[in-house]
Ligand binder design. Structure first.
Ligand code: BDR
Ligand code: CA
Length: 311
């Protein structure tokens, strides 16, 4: 049986792992459009990087740029993880197709309204999606789900906060409190999906420009992670899991939980509050929290996606 191709909008801030999310989305989904946000790098660069990936994949979808700053807190990029370009480590082609628009928020609203039942996959700070929900709350009831990478029971930007939610905590709180069906790929699951050397070699072995570019990106990303952690065999490849959660939910175990986001505090800005109590008197679950992933099967899909886009 041919697996269904869910229709998605991918809102992202490429970023090495966002780039892999685009590769998987092209392989497994009907990509209604890619929207970009400031996050790993300034907006101009995340938008350029999305266009680079579209070019490499020969993907026919629109790219719309969005918010260049968070709702309240100042912008703070993540050059220490992804390099100043957002995609350091590989020689990137010059994309030929220009950006299709600069109103990602309007694009998200219009596209959800004309494609009810589509999913929003969010792999960067949630600024665009929060703005869309605030000006068009009806989209909350039109999406199949908002599948986001962010949060967890521990942090990476600070002790308690994961980068995407820390970068725009007010946007994250708006989205999480919106009533939309949520699927969360937090650090607890994404740290189980690492770009180890054998896995990178499997991508490189596909051959061709896309495979070489991705393998070079993985090498940079993983070397960076290894140099900054004392327990990682390679980079945590966070963002593709939010695509897989929509297209291949069978790869995951998960638990329905109540989740909220803290917007302020020296140690708590961007922290995910996850209600893990078994008390019967607890808030109703608003989020499917991914607990574990079949990492080998998921990585094979990455390799298959690269091969499919190459041959
Ligand atoms: C998240 O932050 C970014 O650096 C990655 O692209 C990912 O979306 C992980 O904390
Ligand atoms: Ca990202």
């Amino acid at each position: 049986m041919t697996p269904a191709r869910p229709a998605i909008i991918l809102d992202c801030d490429p970023g090495h792992d966002d780039a892999v999310a685009i590769v998987l989305a092209a392989h497994l989904c009907d990509v209604l459009g890619i929207t970009t946000v400031a996050g790993n790098a300034p907006l101009e660069r995340t938008t350029y990087n999305a266009r680079v990936m579209r070019h490499l994949l020969n993907l026919d979808t629109e790219v719309h740029s969005g918010a260049d700053a968070p709702l309240v807190v100042p912008a703070a990029a993540a050059g220490y993880v992804h390099g100043e370009s957002g995609l350091d480590g590989a020689e990137l082609p010059e994309p030929t197709r220009p950006v299709d628009g600069t109103d990602a928020v309007g694009f998200i609203i219009d596209t959800v309204r004309t494609n009810p039942g589509c999913s929003l996959v969010v792999t960067g700070p949630m600024t665009n999606v929060a703005l869309a929900i605030t000006s068009a709350p009806d989209i909350v009831n039109l999406v199949a789900e908002i599948s986001f990478m962010g949060g967890g029971t521990f942090g990476n930007r600070t002790t308690m906060a994961e980068f995407n939610l820390w970068a725009d905590p007010h946007a994250a709180a708006t989205v999480v409190r919106s009533g939309a069906p949520l699927v969360m790929a937090g650090l607890d699951v994404t740290h189980r999906f690492q770009a180890t050397e054998p896995r990178i070699a499997a991508v490189r072995a596909v051959g061709g420009t896309l495979a070489t570019t991705l393998a070079d990106l993985f090498d940079f990303f993983s070397e960076n992670y290894r140099s900054r952690h004392d327990d990682m065999a390679g980079a945590a490849v966070h963002d593709p899991l939010s695509v897989l959660a929509v297209c291949r939910p069978d790869l995951f175990t998960s638990t329905a939980r109540f989740v909220d986001i803290v917007t302020d505090g020296e140690h708590t800005r961007g922290m995910t509050v996850i209600d893990r109590r078994t008390l019967l008197d607890r808030p109703a679950a608003n989020c499917t929290v991914l607990d574990d992933v079949d990492a080998d099967a998921a990585w094979q899909i990455v390799v298959d996606a690269v091969a499919a886009a190459t041959h």
